[in-house]
Design a protein around this ligand. Structure first.
Ligand code: SF4
Length: 434
């Protein structure tokens, strides 16, 4: 019996796609199953498997995969790079889900730069860096295509200096290709170096306002895997049907706590991916889809979607204090996520404060100067005054360091939203910077 795949109609920022198939249809891998409206900001959806449509709801398409799957796929039809990128259904694969063609459809009028965001900002996730180590040529070719499409004079690959093997692989490839229009910018190993405006600040020295777009700095920022999938869409006419990802945490085989999978078929379930990683350990606290800072709690039946970068089985929750205060970061877990963690700790939330650099922009928060602490003492004191016996925070590395310089002195133990994930892979938790 084949496996059931689920393709949500909305996997992107913007409009939902409309089904292009009906129940009972026979589908081949790479076939369009839902399309974006002609004038919508949206993204097509393709089946990653051959099989039969079992259900079409208002939200998703379900396909029972044939037992025998082949790697071949139905090719895209467009004949220009930008049209192929749009047709492919490609969106920002780092988690944002912004349709990629919409980033590339306004060429620069004068000097412009395309920046590849290869920060792999979230702890534990490794799939971007491992892919670059193995195929630096794909990253560079994808960047060349993006530069060509928007008529950019320069390209920059922003990557953390700690990833020496990947940096060496990129530099060797650039030398071999004699490409002097593309350079490498080394980032510090801090969270959130991969935030779009942090990447621009680090690479170009321009700090954009919270409501500004990268175009105001003459830049377009694209995640590393997205750049590689641009190469596939344009050179191979491949729709977005596969995804790289990291599976980590409380797995049966405790010698392989972090595993990278390449070209996972979209729509596969979280449970199937965990099985591919050897299965879940008997005890775990929660399953997180995404990275430790910004990931959300998920379940075994949830599908892998375009923006899924990681699946992490976190450590069991410890017993928390009776009353806890929340300190929310614009670039980490939001209030709802911290409330969910507090509930799992068995703690009552008695107060909630926001980092003073977190500003509301539309429905979400944006940091004024990502990763540069504005001070947290007042916020921690306000939580203590509200009756908190401990604080649960989602702050960046620099701000967590500041919280650690005051909360313990005030008699408040500190919990961080990333603790369960990092403990599950035996990595150092986010507290004081050494
Ligand atoms: S400065 Fe504040 S809002 Fe900005 S990243 Fe750090 S904790 Fe988050």
């Amino acid at each position: 019996m084949g496996e059931l795949f689920c393709f949500p109609l909305k996997q992107n920022i913007g409009a939902q796609a409309a089904p292009a198939i009906v129940k009972g249809d026979t589908i081949v891998r790479g076939q369009l199953v839902a399309y974006k409206g002609k004038n919508d900001l949206g993204a097509n959806v393709y089946s990653s498997v051959s099989g039969t449509v079992t259900e079409v709801t208002d939200e998703a398409i379900f396909i029972l995969a044939d037992d025998d799957q082949k790697p071949e796929y139905k090719k895209l039809k467009s004949d220009t790079p930008l049209a192929l990128i749009e047709e492919s259904g490609l969106v920002g694969l780092g988690g944002a889900g912004f349709p990629t063609y919409a980033k590339l459809n306004k060429p620069f009028e004068k000097d412009g730069v395309v920046i590849v965001n290869a920060a792999e900002c979230e702890p534990i996730l490794e799939h971007n860096i491992r892919a670059i180590e193995q195929k630096p040529e794909q990253l560079i070719r994808g960047l060349e295509i993006a530069m060509e499409v928007v008529k950019a004079k320069r390209g920059i690959i922003a990557i953390k200096g700690i990833h020496e093997k990947a940096v060496d692989a990129i530099n060797s490839e650039l030398v071999a290709k004699k490409n002097s229009r593309i350079t490498v910018h080394l980032l510090k190993n801090l969270y959130p170096m991969g935030e779009e405006r942090a990447v621009i600040r680090e690479c170009l020295g321009t700090l954009l306002g919270v409501e500004s777009l990268p175009s105001e700095a003459g830049a377009i920022v694209i995640n590393a895997e997205t750049i590689c999938r641009i190469q596939e869409a344009v050179d191979l006419k491949k729709p977005l049907i596969d995804k790289n990802m990291t599976i980590a945490g409380k797995l049966k085989d405790d010698r392989k706590l972090i595993q990278v999978f390449y070209d996972v078929p979209l729509g596969i379930s979280v449970g199937s991916m965990l099985k591919r990683a050897g299965g879940l350990a008997d005890d775990f606290g929660e399953i997180i889809m995404g990275g430790p800072f910004t990931g959300k709690r998920t379940n075994l039946d949830a599908p892998v979607v375009k923006t899924t970068g990681g699946i992490i089985a976190a450590e069991c929750f410890p017993k928390g204090p009776e009353k806890i205060g929340l300190l929310v970061c614009a670039c980490g877990a939001n209030k709802e996520r911290l409330e969910e963690i507090a509930e799992s700790l068995g703690s009552e939330v008695v107060g909630c404060e926001y980092c003073k650099q977190a500003h509301k922009v539309k429905a979400s928060l944006k940091c004024e100067n990502p990763g540069k602490c504005p001070g947290q003492v007042q916020k921690v004191m306000a939580l203590k005054k509200a009756g908190a016996e401990a604080v649960l925070i989602s702050n960046c590395t620099d701000c967590s360091n500041t919280v650690m310089s005051c909360a313990p002195q005030l008699g408040l133990p500190v919990y961080h939203c990333t603790d369960g994930a990092l403990r599950a892979v035996n990595q150092r938790i986010i507290r004081k910077i050494s």
